[in-house]
Design a binder for this molecule. Sequence first.
Ligand code: HEM
Length: 174
Amino acid sequence: MKLSYLWRGLPGHPLHPPLTDATIGIYTFATLAGLIEVLGITERNGAIGWWLALILGLIVTVPTALTGLAEWLTISWRSELWLTATYHLLSMVTATLFFGLAAIFGHDAYTHADVSAGAYVLTLIGFGFLTLGGWIGGSIVYVHGMRVLNLLREPTERAVTPTPPPEKEMAEGG
Ligand code: HEM
């Protein structure tokens, strides 16, 4: 048992990916809720959902980014993997910045249950960077293979065990 399991997760079960699912899901909801308001499909509810989801997304981004940072710090500096992960970091920080600006500049309109055009454009730009960052996140894992154990013949009962045997920690890498 390593202490770093607390912020990096277990071998085969890193903490960052499930948190990214929640974060991306919440921002996606915000973008869609804003869209239905902008399109006039809703009159108030879309705006309220949009702004509150932006705030929730920003809150959930904190543990997501921190667990990502914990992973990033383990990578050899200036390696190809490090470069890919750094592009991912920059894209996600930029996305967060735009969602933050959207929440700040959209607050007035939200208090009138509305979505302002400018704040929605900021949301869309944030979503663009989120998508780009998600794509690059996929490259880290599915191209470079970071945190992937790839134990194809691992018996199911061992694959689902929360605490894997020590030899699998060695196989983990990254
Ligand atoms: C809004 C914040 C972030 C989101 C939504 C996000 C999203 C993602 C996604 C979708 C993946 C692929 C995971 C998978 O295969 O399911 C990933 C992997 C990764 N991300 Fe992030 N990320 C965020 C912030 C960060 C930050 C700030 C860093 C670095 C400082 C970072 C570093 C990494 C690393 C090293 C991986 C590969 C290892 C792993 O999956 O645990 N991420 N991220």
